[in-house]
Design a protein around this ligand. Structure first.
Ligand code: HAM
Length: 429
């Protein structure tokens, strides 16, 4: 038996319903925020991620799925969404249109990581990117998206951590301070960190091996090196979060595992007992230099992405019951082969009118049709026999009250409409 690749998973049954529910919720939220949908390829030229995500990041050095295609090109399955969206923004000259441009995406990402709960090799990210505005208002707006999603889901155990890396000048000053600080300790750090020290000392701070050591814990923090304008930007972000009643903690340890960030960075972690180590539900921040780095004009950006799997873990850990419609409106059962064509016509008409309808496709006996209607949690059952077709009048049985009503064929849609049976909404009130 061939099995699924390590670090991947199948979706079906309840999980499928939960995921569809969350996808719809996210789409609805994006509509209210006025973000537009964007879709970019799942594989891109490897160079895009080397330049975009960063040559020295763990993602690029250890985790990408690289392959050479049949035309001898170096390709990579996208490990995240931002680099591809930025590429598309530049290639399609969106910078020449109305700004800010606000987009959202959703889809599979690939990282060759050691699988564990909440960490997969193929995982789904929902993310947003906003281009063309330096306004800290947008940093706050982006942070509010996952926070509002968690609020709408009823998720309580969340903690918003924010930090600022500042602009280029602040980052460079900080980089120098880090080099000075780490120099005397370099031989006590892991091999990877010794390499990072030479290329990008900031990366030492999120080392998975040395991360907990005193050397790293006592390192200078970004906040000490912010210049005045960077400080002002960060203050405004905090004020706007306060204005939206979004609680947060300023946490200088949040430096993020990707190279492109400037100014605000943030992560939302699950603050739930026994949640496990993969507790970062989402992360993001501002990246004012990335568009230029990938070959576009000077154009700032800010965004975030959340991992669907960790969100599902959080929903499960807090035992949240989502209002998922778990039934159908109408179950149609033809008495014999003779009534099948009439029934399928009716099935189609009712579906076109917005009802969730199913018909017997297994030639069940009457008693088994009632059982099947129960299994499907049908609101109404309609049994269709010779007389019903002849008289153009159907008997509608309410599957819960068992009450029966005779309704003329032409009045059927009105009947179900009046009984608030509109596409599975009947169970809601
Ligand atoms: P990231 O922090 O690398 O940021 O990933 C964002 C989220 O994706 C994480 O918080 C986590 O929930 C989820 N995630 C990451 N790796 C895995 C994995 N192996 N298995 C399951 N879930 C995972 C980014 O990707 C940036 N592109 C976010 C961003 C957008 N920044 C600005 N715009």
């Amino acid at each position: 038996m061939i099995q699924k690749p390590k670090g991947t998973y199948d979706v079906y049954s309840e999980k499928g319903k939960t995921i569809s529910y969350i996808e719809e919720l996210l789409k609805g939220i994006m509509e209210k925020y006025n973000y537009e949908y964007i879709r970019t390829p799942i594989f891109e030229a490897s160079e895009l991620f080397h330049r975009g995500v960063g040559e020295t990041t763990d993602i690029v050095t250890k985790e990408t799925y690289d392959f050479i295609d049949r035309g001898n090109r170096n390709m990579t399955l996208r490990p995240e969404g931002t680099a591809g969206v930025v590429r598309s923004f530049i290639e399609n000259k969106m910078y020449g249109e109305i700004l800010p441009r606000k987009v959202w995406y959703y889809g599979p990402m690939f990282r060759y990581e050691r699988p564990q709960s909440g960490r997969f090799r193929e995982f789904y990210q929902f993310g947003v990117e906003v281009f063309g505005s330096d306004n800290p208002l947008l940093d706050a707006e982006v942070i509010s998206i996952p926070v509002n999603l968690y609020r709408m889901l009823g998720l309580k155990g969340i903690k918003v951590n924010i930090n600022s890396l500042g602009d280029n000048e602040s980052r460079n000053n900080y980089r120098e301070a880090l080099i000075k600080y780490f120099e005397p300790h370099i031989n006590n750090l892991c091999e990877d960190c010794q390499e990072r020290f030479k290329k990008n000392p900031l990366r030492i701070l999120d080392c998975k091996i040395d991360g907990e050591s005193d050397i790293i814990k006592n390192a200078p923090t970004t906040l000490d090196y912010l210049n005045d304008s960077s400080k002002e930007h960060f203050e405004k972000v905090k004020n706007y979060l306060d204005a939206m009643d979004i609680p947060y903690t300023v946490n200088p340890n949040v430096v993020r595992g990707l190279d492109y960030y400037t100014h605000t960075v943030f992560e939302v972690e699950a603050d739930i007992k026994d949640f496990g180590s993969q507790n970062v539900l989402c992360g993001g921040g501002r990246y004012n230099g990335l568009v230029e780095m990938i070959g576009g004009p000077k154009c700032s950006g800010v965004g975030f992405a959340l991992g669907l799997e960790r969100l599902l873990n959080a929903i499960e850990a807090e035992k949240i019951v989502l209002p998922i419609n778990d039934g159908i409106d109408i179950y149609l059962a033809p008495m014999s082969e003779n009534e099948v064509s009439y029934t399928i016509k009716l099935l189609n008409t009712l579906r076109l009118n917005g009802f969730i309808v199913e018909m017997d496709t297994n030639n069940r006996k009457l008693s088994n049709n009632f059982k099947q209607a129960d299994r499907l949690n049908a609101e109404y059952i309609v049994i269709i026999g010779e007389n019903e077709i002849k008289n153009k009048e159907l008997t509608i049985k309410n599957n819960h009250t068992k009450e029966e009503t005779k309704v003329k064929e032409n009045d059927l849609v009105d009947f179900f409409d009046e009984h608030e049976c509109t596409g599975g909404c009947c169970h809601e009130d």
